[in-house]
Design a protein around this ligand. Sequence first.
Ligand code: BES
Ligand code: MN
Ligand code: ZN
Length: 512
Amino acid sequence: MQISLVAPSNVTAKQGGGAWVVGAMEGGHLLPGAILADKASGGALTRALKVSRFTGKQGQILEVLAPAGLKPSRLLLVGLGKADGVDEKGLETLGAQIVGRLYAGGESQATIEIDVPPASKKGGSKVKKAELAAHLAFGAKLKSYAFNKYRTRNLEEYEKKLKTVRIVTSDLAAAKKAHAGLAAIADGIFLARDLVNEPPNVLYPAEFARRAKAQLSRLGVKVQILGEAEMKKQGFGALLGVGQGSARESQLVIMQWNGGPKGNKKSARPIALVGKGVCFDSGGLSIKVGAGMQGMKGDMAGAACVVGTIASLAARKAKVNAVGVIGLVENMPDGGAFRPDDVLTSLSGQTIEVLNTDAEGRLVLADALTYTQRRFQPKALIDLATLTGAIVQTLGHEHAGIFSNDDQLVQRLQAAGRHTGERVWQLPLDPAYDKMIRSKIADMKNIGGGNSGAITAAQFLQRFIEKGMAWAHLDIAGVAWQDGEHKPTIPSWGTGWGVRLLNRLVKEHYEA
Ligand code: BES
Ligand code: MN
Ligand code: ZN
């Protein structure tokens, strides 16, 4: 689907075919584009309004098909709600809803002409004209995602007719600039979604690493891949322990985007993102039951988010130094697999008694976290992982869990979450929980053994955070994928969760 922004003078939709999409505020008050469309159609909109339940509430759509005396195939009157309730997130949802409606109607092209009154003393939307068009376009693009590469039959059933969407804006230059940044983010989200959706027989660690490198190098990101021999030499005992029951080789991928200050000064230190990349989690010898194993191809969503985020930072040439480090493994049971009761020596030197091989993500992250801190001394460290079923029990699918030693970082992520819709909810860290992972024979064990499983997992990670490091752990097990579509901007399965959140965080607080 091709999305373009155009100036009002270039609008030929009124004469040409396709859908003409216009807006109304709550109360049914028509916006300028809608008044124009109403006049051109001899009052088709006002007539339709009278016999419908359309009130202009955000998300409502009134459709007039084949309006008499008009070239456009249909008019779509879209409700924007109250002006002061129009925000970027809401516009994205609207853009997606419009595209969804046009998909259903079999439309092939559309021109969207929606101008919300700007903020005045009496209220109004705080979103600028240019941002309005850009976020409508972003929402439209997000809705266009589909993962159909493994279908071979009835393809026409899945093919979308909608090919071109034009969005009219009177502030074209600024809108194009805003849109370029968002388009880069959309590409990063799609990359993350693709990685999560790929089946595990196709996307095993080395293939994941290869794709990350291929996608990122062409954007100017420095990518380095460590295999098992190198990691063994360096002492990645925890990560390698998880991968040792798999026929596939474990990998560590290091991605560096250097868009910020150069040199060794403190301001040049990067922000670091670390991701759990378990390409398939069978549970290992502590094997999962059938229903619990289904979907575990998505257990690399943290890593996918890191790759998607670094890609979008590079694509929009963000003025920031960012590193991504992902640990890629497959957790499988075979004669060489690690066992419950094994003791692993992590890269940090700390020893871990493994009591459940299904608590593998924290083992992978432990070494990735140590490596990242030692090599980069980042100014902030954020890890993302589909770490526990317990977080799904706690927060469901609306929030990711956040655990952190730094209140400012938490507040920033919470604010970014409210803005983008990728929300986070803080849960505690506390020595009382740390006690629960004490081992009888090693420095720690890999499970808490009681309740509060998401918290003991976070406590485990904190043992690998060095003194003074500002760190946040995001447990994304409940938000990384979903069964079915629940929001217009998020498709079924891989959600690409976190790419928007982290881009917002970086944009607000780390870009020069
Ligand atoms: N990858 C899972 C967590 C998970 C569960 C993600 C459901 C998404 C949906 C993780 O590796 C795991 O198996 N965790 C165990 C830990 C337990 C053995 C302490 C869990 O949550 O059951
Ligand atoms: Mn597991
Ligand atoms: Zn896992």
